[in-house]
Every structure is written in C-alpha cells, then in structure tokens.
Design a binder for this molecule. Sequence first.
Ligand code: NAP
Length: 271
Amino acid sequence: MCERLPQKDKVHAWTTILKNWGVKLLSDLKGKVAIVTGSSKGIGAGIAERLAADGVCVIVNYSRSAEDAATVVERITAAGGKAFAVKANLSEPAEIQPLIDAALRHFGKLDILVNNAGVYKVDTLDTLSAESFDEHYNLNVRGLLLATQAAARVLPSGGVVVNISSGLAKSPHPNLHVYCSTKGAVDTLTRSLAMELGPRKIRVVGIAPGFTATEGNAESAKQAAERIVAKTPLGRVGLPKDIAATVSYAVSLDAGWITGTTIDVAGGMVF
Ligand SMILES: NC(=O)c1ccc[n+]([C@@H]2O[C@H](COP(=O)([O-])OP(=O)(O)OC[C@H]3O[C@@H](n4cnc5c(N)ncnc54)[C@H](OP(=O)(O)O)[C@@H]3O)[C@@H](O)[C@H]2O)c1
C-alpha cells in the first residue's frame, strides 16, 4: 500500500526521482544572448522581458518606437537583467545585418533569434493592394527569412530560432487575406529552415498565438474581445506573458527535441 506523504515531502520525493532519471527541472538559459525583433511593444516586449528574467542578455529591436524600446530596456535593467535597444527596420534588407552585428558587439555572441516583428492590417479582397501586400510580405516573410539567414551564419550548435506565427495561418479570416497568408508562409519556413539547420543542431520552432491583447490590436480588441473570449475554451484573451512563457520553454534545453513544428498558444481557441 502507498504511504501518504505530507505535500512538501511528496514534492521532494518527485524532485529526487526526476533528478535520478536525469530530467533537468529548470532549464538554464543564463548567459545566452537573444535578439527579439519588434520588442518595443506587445508580444515582443513580453518575450524580451521574460527571456531577460530567465538570465538571457537581450537585444530589444524596434523600428520607430525608440522611447518604448528604452522603457523595455529600463524595466529589464531595473529587474537585474541585461538588454540594449537597437533600431533596425526589418523590412529593409540592408538594416538586418547591423542588427545581428549589434548582438555580437554588445554581448559577444548570438544564441537565440526570436522573429516576432510583424504587421497585420485589414485587407478584404476588395480593399487589398499591391502596397499592402508588399508591406506585409517584406516584414512578415522576407524580414524573417533574411534575419534568420544572417543569424544562422553566427548561431552555434544548440542555437534556436523562434518564429512567431499566428493561429490565423491554419484558420484564416477573409478580412485578413494577406496577413493570414504571410503566417502560412512562416509555418512553411519553420519546417524547411529546421530541415536545413537541423544537421548543425540548430532548432527552429514556430509559436502561433491566438488573439493576444497588445498595443497593435487595442482598437480591434474593443469590438472583437467578447466574441473571441466566447470562442476560447479557457475563457479569456491571451496576454504577452502567455506567449513569452512558451518562447522561454521553446528555447530551453527541455524543448531540445522540438524543431520544425509550430505550437498553438491560444487557450484552445480556433479562429
Ligand atoms: N496580437 C495578436 O493577437 C497576435 C496574434 C497572433 C500573432 N501575432 C503576431 O505576433 C507578433 C507581434 O504582434 P503584436 O500584436 O505584439 O504587435 P504590436 O503590438 O503591433 O507590436 C509590433 C512590434 O513590432 C515592431 N515592428 C513593427 N514593424 C517593424 C519593422 N519593420 N522592423 C522592426 N520592428 C518592427 C514594433 O516596433 P516599432 O513601433 O518601433 O516599429 C513593435 O515593437 C506579430 O508577428 C504578429 O503577427 C499577434
């Protein structure tokens, strides 16, 4: 018969068993270096702050919002972390290599690239335009791919690329044709990049948030939040920290057998 142990002894017993099995309970990200693209606000800011709290030295990238980026860096530094803000417009191919160089200059190496910067705009078949197509694809797809190309030249064995996708890639919406298709492309790239980088032991992991309350969607949230919450089994909208927690896991050693796939982080919501 099983002996009933007090709660704290149970925890201790499990900890010992897991350690004996060689299971690492807390991943050690301390001293790693990450670039988080588009981290002056929203999901990117949440990812930057979470990784910094995990002990990662972070490059906080922005293209326009210098003050917001400085605020993210201040919050990280005040909490005892290390971060620098670096301006680079990821839609401009010429600005991508200097972003990678900034990580090497400030921190001496690069272990993690989080491709988060993205644009999303309403685009029905009637209203979409070549300009809007280029704006979405130049950042969400070309920027992501060229940033990964530049990062891959310096990432070591054990490096990780995280691509922020969207639940809309698999479950698209007719008011967002162009955006949804960019995220479909991101999921395909997650798989093909993982195949190319796997032999170097570099992982590529996609993360597909559901609706997540950020500065970028504050306006649409006013109309859509109630409908979205009603369709979400866990009964609320997502928060940047929900996505950031999954990124923290995806870049950790505990996720060392995950590559080429995209993880839904959406409270169970299907768009
Ligand atoms: N929020 C959601 O519900 C949701 C759901 C699924 C997926 N996502 C994805 O999650 C990512 C972040 O979304 P979000 O809602 O957090 O966005 P957001 O609140 O609009 O923030 C966007 C961030 O990206 C930066 N950025 C924009 N254009 C850039 C460029 N050309 N180069 C570099 N940085 C740039 C912005 O900085 P500047 O202001 O300095 O340009 C800002 O830091 C996107 O890839 C989005 O598609 C979001």
